[in-house]
Design a protein around this ligand. Structure first.
Ligand code: GTP
Ligand code: MG
Length: 202
């Protein structure tokens, strides 16, 4: 699946612009600057596919990526989402993003899993818990992916993994496995790829 070329499909600013569901979708969600776009580039092996930035609030639309050739199988689409919890942007903008994100997460019938990215240095924050709660309520399966694992020492990473497993243990829509990644060092990318391929039935 990831040997095939991944391409940009479309950007969506409003819920009513969404393309009709086809095949399966997986979405990358998480706080601003957590590394969503970087991880999409790393797993698809296409630098610059999703735009990344040092400045939080880079991704402002729902961006859809897919492979050009599905080999006869149902298409798999990866969705890059705007980050939540970015307080610097005007309130109207933040509200519009938040509404778009939550409308999409609640209303997308072919959304099979949301990867909730969490910075390996910081762990789950209040707005992450609010997102998990919304996903639990919408019964959308989600999986925690730790990012920027290169920034923490192995014992601290291990500790955060076990803390996170404990934190999601009783949450109804949580997928129990945690994946630790570094887009910079390539850690965990094969695990993310294998997970997406499995979701798509490859
Ligand atoms: P928004 O679109 O603004 O919500 O951000 P995002 O979650 O898409 O983050 P993005 O991928 O743009 O990355 C944010 C910053 O984190 C950039 O400066 C990246 O270079 C950096 N970054 C992303 N992944 C890693 C990683 O694995 N390790 C390190 N050290 N830095 C990373
Ligand atoms: Mg982004």
């Amino acid at each position: 699946l990831f040997a095939r070329p991944w391409e940009f499909v479309t950007s969506v600013a409003r819920y009513d612009q969404l393309v009709p569901p086809a095949g399966v979708e997986v979405a990358f969600a998480g706080r601003s600057n957590v590394g969503k776009s970087s991880l999409i580039n790393a797993v698809t092996g296409r630098n610059g596919l999703a735009r990344t930035s040092n400045t939080p609030g880079r991704t402002q639309l729902l961006n859809f990526f897919s492979t050009a050739d599905f080999g006869g199988a149902e298409p798999i689409t990866i969705v890059d989402m705007p980050g939540y919890g970015y307080a610097e942007a005007p309130k109207k903008t933040v509200d519009a993003w938040t509404n778009l994100i939550f409308d999409y997460l609640r209303g997308r019938p072919n959304l099979r899993r949301v990867f909730v990215l969490v910075d390996a240095r910081h762990g789950l924050k209040g707005n992450d818990l609010a997102a998990l709660k919304a996903l639990d309520t919408a019964a959308v399966t989600y999986q925690i992916v730790l990012t920027k694992a290169d920034k923490v020492k192995p014992p601290a990473l291990e500790k955060l993994v076990s803390q996170t497993i404990e934190a999601i243990g009783r949450r109804p829509a949580a997928f129990p496995q945690i994946i630790a990644t570094s887009s910079e060092k390539g850690t965990g990318l094969d695990e993310v790829r294998a997970t997406i391929a499995e979701i798509g039935g490859f």
